[in-house]
Design a protein around this ligand. Structure first.
Ligand SMILES: *Cc1c(COP(=O)(O)O)cnc(C)c1O
Length: 464
């Protein structure tokens, strides 16, 4: 055995203790360290590969000294960029164990890991109040979940044309139309990966002043499209204003038009954990496939999402994986090898499973409501200061705003100043063609005190 491997094998405990103390140091610094690493992170892209190596202890030490100060504070309570969750204690502990256990969750057989995934996905389904007939699998993120949704839709459309696309490909098939009012950019990527093409998107007009699609306009588009099958990608939570398409009205159109309904509920879907928000997603039972991220509002560490579907057999047609030493594919919900884009896969369900068991329905509902209350509070502070304006009503957990009279440059400067200041981090965005700042509040730790600190920093930076 190589000397460093041998030495590390006998020092396994000490090495993990060291990692543990690094983790604790990092987590306890979240409140005081900058919300995001300062830009630009000035590190070389090339370092020499050592001949003999340094051993784990030395590498941990080197990382802690030279690199850990450059990490983002993104699991902290004032990181409001993109749509970013943190990791609850239960999910984080589980995530550590996932690496220690190192299970390959391909299918049920030699480990309980596959059954844990069934339980985790089913508990998530219960949390959100979604149909018991649906099955779901873990993938790396909403982008992959959207990809699985598009691949299933493609297979369904193939059958509508008398074709098995998984077996024979798309060649010679008519182009597919994908109707959507506000598809997330990852849906375009998914369409590219699925061979349907980014240009398959047909933009449906939105309701005035909203990011929700106009269902009458969707019906016109479907009618015009005729009796050819198509795809509708609905949004359950847009990234700027957290707007929801009217799923019940879209579901009713399914009685008259032939389309696959995919719902991107990456983070907005988690609002259903709070019973008072369920109505936002009325009609979702009619969906054919649904995307939910675990690493956003469910506060599971990266990376984990779930894609649900009502069409397990189609999923097997698309993702089945034959080999001499594997059983033939059957439509069983825990034969992940035949259900997901990956073959070998991490025990990704455990952090979700432990989180759901640790905090239950009430815990997740509390995070949703506390985050929505924090967003409302920030909205009120902004509305009460004449130097700022809300760019959209605060619907759920995202706040879009700008300094009054600020041009694109001034907004970019304020965003950069806040980033440098380190009190909080927000992403720049564009709403109705206008540049804005955007705070997405998804972290299980965030309280109104974080909002007060953040707004005080914005006021101070605007005065400078
Ligand atoms: C974040 C997000 C995605 C992409 O999710 P990843 O987890 O980053 O792959 C897709 N759709 C919506 C609505 C999102 O908010």
């Amino acid at each position: 055995m190589h000397p460093h491997l041998k030495e590390d094998l006998s020092a396994f405990d000490a090495i993990l203790d060291r990692a543990r103390s690094m983790a604790v140091d990092y987590l306890s610094s979240l409140d005081s360290r900058p919300a995001a690493a300062s830009q630009p992170v000035d590190l070389p892209a090339h370092i020499a590969l050592p001949e003999g190596g340094e051993g784990a202890q030395a590498v941990l030490q080197r990382f802690e000294r030279d690199y850990s100060p450059l990490l983002s504070g993104s699991p902290g309570s004032r990181y409001f960029g993109f749509v970013t969750g943190g990791g609850t204690p239960a999910s984080l502990a589980a995530d550590w164990l996932v690496s220690a256990y190192d299970q390959n969750t391909q299918r049920n057989g030699d480990t309980c890991a596959a059954t844990i995934e069934l339980q985790a996905v089913d508990m998530l389904r219960q949390l959100l109040g979604w149909p018991a007939e649906w099955t779901g699998v873990c993938v790396t993120g909403a982008t992959m979940a959207n990809y699985v949704g598009m691949a299933l839709a493609r297979q369904w459309i193939g059958h509508e044309h008398g074709r098995d696309v998984a077996a024979d490909g798309l060649h010679g098939m008519p182009a597919t139309a994908v109707f959507s009012g506000s598809a997330h950019s990852s849906t375009l990527k998914a369409l590219s990966m699925a061979g349907l093409g980014r240009n398959a998107i047909r933009q449906v007009p939105q309701l005035r002043g909203r990011e929700a699609l106009d269902v009458d306009a969707l019906e016109d588009a479907l009618r015009e499209h005729g009796d050819r099958p198509s795809i509708v990608v609905a949004s359950a939570g847009t990234v700027n204003t957290v707007d929801f398409d009217d799923l019940a009205a879209i579901a009713r159109l399914k009685q008259r038009y032939r389309f696959w309904l995919h719902v991107d509920a990456a983070f907005g879907g988690v609002a259903a954990a709070s019973p008072r928000r369920r109505a936002l997603m009325a009609g979702i039972e009619a969906a054919d496939s649904v995307t939910v991220d675990a690493h956003k509002w469910l506060n599971v560490p990266y990376d984990c999402a779930v894609v649900f579907t009502a069409h397990l057999p189609l999923q097997v047609e698309v993702f089945q994986n034959h080999s001499a030493y594997l059983p033939p594919p059957e439509p069983l919900p825990d034969h992940y090898l035949h259900l997901t884009p990956e073959n070998s896969r991490r025990f990704r369900a455990l952090p979700l499973w432990m989180g759901l068991l640790a905090y239950g329905r009430e815990g997740y509902a509390e995070v949703v409501e506390r985050n929505c209350a924090a967003a409302r509070h920030l909205g009120e502070l902004i509305a009460a200061d004449a130097r700022f304006r809300l760019a959209a009503p605060v619907r759920l957990n995202v706040v879009c705003f700008a300094p009054v009279g600020a041009d694109a440059n001034a907004i970019a400067n304020l965003q950069r100043a806040l980033h440098r200041d380190g009190t909080a981090y927000m992403s720049p965005s564009v709403l109705n063609g206008e540049p804005i700042l955007r705070a997405a509040i998804c972290n299980w730790r965030t309280t109104d005190a974080d909002i007060d600190r953040t707004f005080a920093a914005l006021q101070r930076l605007l005065s400078n």
